[in-house]
Design a protein around this ligand. Structure first.
Ligand SMILES: *[C@@H]1O[C@H](CO)[C@@H](O)[C@H](O)[C@H]1NC(C)=O
Ligand SMILES: *[C@@H]1O[C@H](CO)[C@@H](O)[C@H](O)[C@H]1NC(C)=O
Ligand SMILES: *[C@@H]1O[C@H](CO)[C@@H](O)[C@H](O)[C@H]1NC(C)=O
Ligand SMILES: *[C@@H]1O[C@H](CO)[C@@H](O)[C@H](O)[C@H]1NC(C)=O
Ligand SMILES: *[C@@H]1O[C@H](CO)[C@@H](O)[C@H](O)[C@H]1NC(C)=O
Ligand SMILES: *[C@@H]1O[C@H](CO)[C@@H](O)[C@H](O)[C@H]1NC(C)=O
Length: 408
């Protein structure tokens, strides 16, 4: 039999492992990974020059029930609905799918002017379904400044009106924010620690918005497309934008000492750094859109192909599921939505007509390999915890089998 000393040493080590497990579990909350779906088409928010135009309903749109069925089949835990309609929200009733509703840009001016418009929108798209559809957040507009730079003064009043209407209706669990495009608000991403928000925008909009988000427990929402930055900067290696983690393919931030293995983290940390400069380093970040086009009608756009698009999406999913976070934000982004679920059948006229979907318009899969959006195991968290649990079991077996040999 093991001696009391070895038994207590064993218990001590087990305790240490349990503390370690708890630590791993609490320090890294995995990002919720979702997908974007435009209930009316086409709105081409990825290239937001055309984003203002969400009213073109000439294109046939898929029945929402078929879309929600596709979401369940792919086991996608969260959906961002751009341009929500009662039917598209209703399709997710009684499911555990978390919903982020993005109010079209065209509504922002009237939402800013008139609280009743906000209440009316909520009565149409939220009240009939809450809480049986799990609506987690509302974004008032998407990249509004790209199409309408003069809208700076409208955003915060519109957000406040939607937020106050929700509270008046007794709904407290839906947070309200707006979505920016990275390129519209940031001065750069190289190195992330030197990134700041564009100057006039910071004082006129972003700082008061961050104050609001902080007090309302809401999140900062931003569209992050490494693809666009990669196209602008020829010195960025392709593999760095595609999560290839190739040897020596990293960028160091000499100010913070952080080492970056992919462009996505650099862009996220630029936002983190800019928020810290603005005095709000702890507001959660939601990546409302990210993706890589699988085709482009522009034949010179060689990097818009299905191989690279799949590499980007798989690399992103693996990275987010690992719950490693970014060098400047250990918990990483709170949520990230891949752009987008289904290819647009009719390409938006103003846009370059790229395809971004993980499904074809007939809802069949575009990519051969299965895309894993959530953890297969929910023990404590994804990844390392399972490894440490296996280690613990192996260790316990080792103790039980070998300790008696050393003691008596
Ligand atoms: C969006 O499309 C316009 C016109 O097709 C193009 O000039 C612009 O560079 C594109 N923007 C982005 C961010 O891709
Ligand atoms: C939006 O679409 C309408 C009709 O298709 C068109 O007249 C208008 O110019 C478009 N607006 C923008 C900003 O592209
Ligand atoms: C939703 O989650 C709850 C508990 O987490 C579970 O009981 C229920 O079956 C889930 N519903 C669906 C449709 O997955
Ligand atoms: C505000 O909107 C409501 C409902 O849409 C409308 O009845 C009312 O006249 C509007 N008020 C103003 C001041 O525009
Ligand atoms: C924000 O969260 C804190 C802590 O969870 C809570 O005490 C506070 O009431 C929340 N504020 C709002 C506006 O929901
Ligand atoms: C769906 O569409 C894709 C692309 O257009 C095509 O390759 C595929 O055969 C279609 N599948 C079905 C079942 O129609």
């Amino acid at each position: 039999m093991p001696s009391p000393e070895s038994r207590s040493a064993f218990l001590h080590l087990v305790l240490l492992f349990l503390v370690y497990l708890l630590h791993v579990g609490s320090s890294a909350a995995a990002t919720t990974i979702g997908i974007t779906y435009s209930s009316t088409s086409p709105d081409a928010t990825a290239n937001a020059t055309a984003a203002a135009n969400t009213t073109d309903t000439s294109a046939p749109s898929l029945p929402p029930d078929r879309v929600s069925a596709a979401v369940y089949a792919l086991k996608i835990p969260a959906v961002r609905i751009s341009d929500p309609t009662p039917n598209s929200v209703r399709a997710f009733l009684f499911s555990n799918t978390s919903l982020l509703l993005s109010i079209p840009n065209t509504l922002v001016p009237s939402l800013a002017k008139n609280r009743s418009v906000a209440t009316a929108w909520l009565f149409q798209n939220v009240i009939p379904f809450h809480p049986r559809a799990r609506i987690s957040a509302i974004s008032v507009g998407n990249s509004l400044l790209e199409s309408n730079p003069d809208a700076v003064d409208l955003l915060l009043p519109a957000i406040r009106n939607v937020d106050s209407s929700l509270r008046d209706l007794g709904i407290h669990h839906i947070s309200v924010s707006t979505t920016f495009s990275f390129v519209n608000i940031m001065t750069g991403a190289f190195p992330p620690s030197s990134a700041t928000f564009e100057k006039p925008l910071l004082e006129n909009l972003i700082r008061p918005l961050l104050d609001f988000l902080k007090s309302a427990n809401s999140s900062f929402m931003v569209n992050i497309y490494p693809y666009n930055l990669y196209r602008l900067k020829c010195e960025i290696p392709l593999g760095f934008a595609l999560f290839q983690n190739e040897a020596f393919m990293y960028r160091d931030d000499l100010v913070t000492g952080a080492r970056y293995w992919n462009l996505f983290d650099m862009m996220v940390d630029s936002v983190v750094a800019a928020m810290a400069v603005a005095g709000h380093e702890d507001v959660p970040i939601i990546v409302a859109e990210t993706g890589w086009p699988s085709s482009s009608p522009d034949k010179t756009e060689l990097d818009a192909n299905a191989d690279y698009a799949e590499m980007y999406i798989r690399g992103l999913l693996k990275h987010l599921r690992s719950a490693m976070g970014t060098p400047l934000r250990k918990e990483g982004v709170a949520e990230a939505y891949i752009y987008e679920l289904v290819d647009k059948e009719v390409k938006p006229s103003g846009d370059t007509g790229r395809s971004w979907g993980i499904l074809y318009p007939n809802l069949t899969r575009k990519y051969q390999h299965r895309l894993e959006f959530s953890c297969a195991y929910r023990l404590v968290h994804c990844g390392d915890t399972v490894v440490s649990l296996l280690l613990l079991i192996a260790f316990a077996i080792w103790m039980i089998c070998y300790v008696p040999v050393y003691t008596d």
